[in-house]
Design a protein around this ligand. Structure first.
Ligand SMILES: C[S@@+](CC[C@H](N)C(=O)[O-])C[C@H]1O[C@@H](n2cnc3c(N)ncnc32)[C@H](O)[C@@H]1O
Length: 216
């Protein structure tokens, strides 16, 4: 567990670029959100009830979508992103924001004794530096019968798109604050024992994986 903490902790300096990225995030996402993402987020988050951990809440796009029955701890390492999240209300659910990455000790300390009912990641497993360590943490923090709710863009199966994603990933990663275009997140989650209760793929500028996964 100690190693997990070290490797998944993302020091997130409050640079001018981090602030610019946070400022541009919602305007850039507006088209995709209205076009296809928001509806998928709603469908996913309506399930989240009881004790919920949202990892990498960003500007808080998900936060108004949680039902009243959810008690959400939303963690986010970037102060600039968190600043927007704090203004994303009104919220139906009870929302607590924490400036932290998934590997930070305070996140581990904050977990409920019996574990979480749900852990949520949307467009975030592409960015967490040590994805496998994060998956192990999430797996251990879910209560028996708990579920992981995910919506992530993943490495494409189409050869030309796959090639392009590999080719532009180094520059993309720099511009998009650590986001990787070429992670096989769906495969990795299953290799760590998560089982799909419901899943589907959809393709827009990239292929996305939407899933309700049961704890290993
Ligand atoms: C592309 S944004 C997605 C934000 C939001 N989940 C959404 O659906 O719009 C990725 C977020 O992951 C956060 N992040 C990066 N590393 C993280 C870590 N180790 N733990 C938690 N969040 C992290 C970033 O700061 C960023 O806000």
């Amino acid at each position: 567990m100690k190693n997990d903490s070290r490797h998944t902790n993302q020091a997130s300096p409050d640079t001018l670029y981090a602030r610019l990225f946070a400022h541009l995030y919602n305007p850039i996402m507006h088209g995709p959100e209205q076009g296809y993402l928001l509806e998928k987020r709603r469908k996913l988050l309506q399930r989240a009830k009881g004790k919920v951990l949202e990892v990498g809440a960003g500007t808080g796009i998900n936060l108004p979508l949680y039902p009243q029955e959810a008690e959400v701890l939303a963690i986010e390492p970037s102060a600039a992103m968190l600043n927007y999240a704090s203004k994303a209300g009104p919220f139906e659910a009870s929302i607590r924001l924490m400036q932290a990455g998934i590997g930070d000790a305070e996140v581990a300390q904050a977990r409920p004794a019996g574990g979480y009912d749900f852990i949520v990641t949307t467009l975030v497993l592409c960015t967490i530096p040590d994805l496998e360590a994060a998956i192990r943490l999430m797996s251990s923090w879910l209560k028996p019968g708990g579920q992981l709710l995910v919506m992530e863009h993943i490495h494409d199966e189409r050869p030309s798109a796959r090639w392009l994603q590999n080719a532009i990933n180094p520059i993309w990663k720099r511009l998009a604050e650590g986001c990787n275009l070429n992670r096989a997140t769906d495969r990795l989650l299953k290799e760590h024992g998560f089982r799909a209760v419901e899943e589907h793929y959809f393709t827009q500028w990239a292929t996305f994986y939407w899933a309700v996964l049961s704890k290993p």
